[in-house]
Design a protein around this ligand. Sequence first.
Ligand code: PTJ
Length: 255
Amino acid sequence: MIPKSHPRYESLMIREKLIRGFERGIVAKAGLIAHGRGEAFDYLLGEKTIPEAMRAIEAAAATLILAKHPVISVNGNVAALVPDEIVELSKLIPAPLEINLFYRTKKRIEKIKKHLEEHGASTVLGITDNLVTIPELFSERRKVDPEGIYKADVVFVPLEDGDRTEALRRMGKIVVTVDLNPMSRTARAANITIVDNIVRAAPLLIKAVKKLKRRPENELMKIVNEFDNDLNLRNVVRYLRERLFQLSKSRMQLM
Ligand code: PTJ
């Protein structure tokens, strides 16, 4: 039991969610390691949503609203960390949820499906054996649902691996991701990268979709067209550089 007064309470509670997810067979072993890498970047960001992430969230919301066939790809970490938010987002846009795993096993798929349903999901794709294969991709993530990611124009893939982002882009899809590492291949290959922790980004994305949902199409198009992912990522790196520079000058604050 972690006391609420612990200075790292929030961060430790997020870890607890993943550990519980792992014990329930939802999170892959490597998912715990992937979270550690994310945490390190979050520490550098100051564990807050920076303006560049807000800009990407707004562009992501506009893109998802404008999409004809948007799909939300769910892996073990996402299911464990933000099940309520991902289900709410799916209903709000609307966009079906598709389970797509790097470490794919039938057992994990079933457990994640049940978990999402317990959190209110009605349709979950990526379950059947009737999946099709993304060309030139060799991980288990190549198997996608013909009614989901395969026919999607926009795919929201938080905490993704680089190979599949690149493969989805080659298939002509618009890829929106959340990744705390602005230098990852996914961050660089996606059309829109939200450099933020999924636990903060998901509720903010819901808020942005609610705000923009009834705006005229041309206004949404303007938001999308004005967003430059490469520039935004470079600004995130500048933000990190500046923060490290400031920290190197002042007395170290405990986080
Ligand atoms: O559930 P599976 O089988 O599909 O496996 C999921 C993992 C995450 C293990 C798999 O996709 C994987 O190995 O991913 P990578 O290549 O390690 O990439 C995960 C990325 O997500 C890394 O760049 C991390 O920095 C980032 N990340 C980790 N935790 C968070 C995060 N980004 C945002 N929020 C987080 N909480």
